[in-house]
Design a protein around this ligand. Structure first.
Ligand code: ZN
Ligand code: ZN
Length: 56
């Protein structure tokens, strides 16, 4: 099984169905994180659910 895909924005929790969202690995643990368009544009903080890494 591949790693679970990020289905929700890690900052605001919205479902990632709109185009323009970003998926990226957590810089610390590599867990996949997703971020929606608006949170990308606002550079909202995010927190990895796996390792509690917080970043912009
Ligand atoms: Zn968001
Ligand atoms: Zn992490």
């Amino acid at each position: 099984m591949p790693k679970a895909e990020a289905k929700n924005c890690v900052s605001c929790g919205v479902n990632l169905i709109e185009r323009g969202y970003a998926r990226f690995p957590c810089p610390k643990c590599g867990n996949e994180l997703g971020r929606c368009v608006s949170c990308r544009h606002q550079s909202n903080q995010y927190k990895c659910a796996n390792c509690s890494f917080e970043g912009p």
